[in-house]
Every structure is written in structure tokens, then in C-alpha cells.
Design a protein around this ligand. Structure first.
Ligand code: IMP
Length: 174
């Protein structure tokens, strides 16, 4: 068992998600969105965020990526394990991510998806660790900037556990 400490309470998460949704609703007025959740970590955020947006025309898609392996992880090369079902051409695509750490996964994913000619391609992330960044990723919407510590809960795992906690916690005995 890990010892944990609450970093962001469930109430704070939900309040911030409403604010993000308000911002996104304004920016995409009159434009339907394809919300693309990056599995698995984004599931709870995507679910709450999509319902906070509450727009009839928005669609939900999923993508799952994995690094090629520990040795190449630092290169940020990712493999698509489960692809988006629809074409992105001409669509307003918003990638929904749990956390941006080094930024390598997202920057590679942006390269892979931008060649599919979406009308727009932006990122919303619930959490960001600015101090951990190894490459600059253009993240348009950020829920919370957090310190460079390992966090779990609300979709984020430690060896596949803890994803179903309602809050975000820091592991105090890693
Ligand atoms: P990046 O390519 O370093 O930005 O890695 C992003 C991915 O690493 C996220 O989508 C998470 O799956 C995972 N990750 C990064 N930091 C944490 C953390 O603190 N807790 C759990 N997963 C994390």
C-alpha cells in the first residue's frame, strides 16, 4: 500500500472542470467538437468534462498510445495501440489528456494526428507538471499546474491501481 496525501480534492476538480468547460464552450461556439480521450488515464476527466460541456453535437472518440519501450521512451516515440474510429479531416479535434509530464507523448501524437488534416487540433489537460517538461507542447487548456511529483487518482494509476479515486493524491512513500 502506498501512503497518499490529497493534492486536489474532488470538489476542486469539479469546480475547475466547470470553468474549463465554460472556456471551451465560448471558444467553440457554433463548432461541433470531436473530443478524443487518451486512454486510459483521461477517462474520468473526459466523462466529467464532456458532460460539463453538455453540448448535443460533440462526439467522443478514444485513442490509446504506448511507448515503444523503456529504452526509447525518452525519444517520445509512441505507437498507436487503439486508433480513433473516424477521419479527422475537417474536424475540430480536442485531445483530452490526464497529465502532461515531459510532453514527449503528446508532441509525438500531435505530429501523427496533424497529418490527418483536422480543421483544428488542440489539447486540454487536467494536470500539467511544467518543471518536468522536456519539449514544449502547445497545450491550450490546463486544469492545474502541479509540482513535479508522482500523482494518482481520478484516472491516474500506479501500476494500474488507484484510477478510481475521486481526488488526486501524491504518493508520499513511493
Ligand atoms: P509524458 O510523455 O512524459 O508527458 O507522459 C505523459 C503520460 O505519463 C501521462 O499520460 C500519464 O499516463 C503518465 N504520467 C506522467 N506523470 C504521471 C503521474 O504523476 N502519475 C501517473 N501517471 C503519470
Amino acid at each position: 500500500m502506498h501512503q497518499t496525501e490529497v493534492l486536489i480534492s474532488s470538489e476542486k476538480l469539479q469546480t475547475r472542470i466547470q470553468e474549463l468547460a465554460e472556456e471551451v464552450r465560448k471558444d467553440y461556439e457554433g463548432k461541433s467538437l470531436m473530443l478524443v480521450g487518451i486512454l486510459k488515464g483521461s477517462i474520468h476527466f473526459l466523462s466529467d468534462f464532456a458532460r460539463a460541456l453538455g453540448r448535443e453535437e460533440d462526439e467522443l472518440e478514444f485513442i490509446q498510445v504506448s511507448s515503444y519501450g523503456a529504452a526509447t521512451k525518452s525519444s517520445g516515440v509512441v505507437q498507436i495501440r487503439k486508433d480513433i474510429d473516424q477521419s479527422l479531416e475537417g474536424r475540430h479535434v480536442l485531445l483530452v489528456e490526464d497529465i502532461v509530464d515531459t510532453g514527449l507523448t503528446l508532441s509525438h501524437l500531435l505530429e501523427l494526428l496533424s497529418v490527418r488534416r483536422p480543421e483544428s487540433l488542440e489539447i486540454v489537460t487536467l494536470l500539467s507538471k511544467p518543471e518536468a517538461r522536456k519539449t514544449q507542447v502547445p497545450v491550450k487548456y490546463v486544469g492545474f499546474d502541479i509540482p513535479n511529483q508522482f500523482v494518482i487518482g481520478y484516472g491516474l494509476d500506479a501500476a494500474e491501481k488507484y484510477r478510481n479515486l475521486a481526488d488526486i493524491r501524491v504518493v508520499t512513500n513511493p
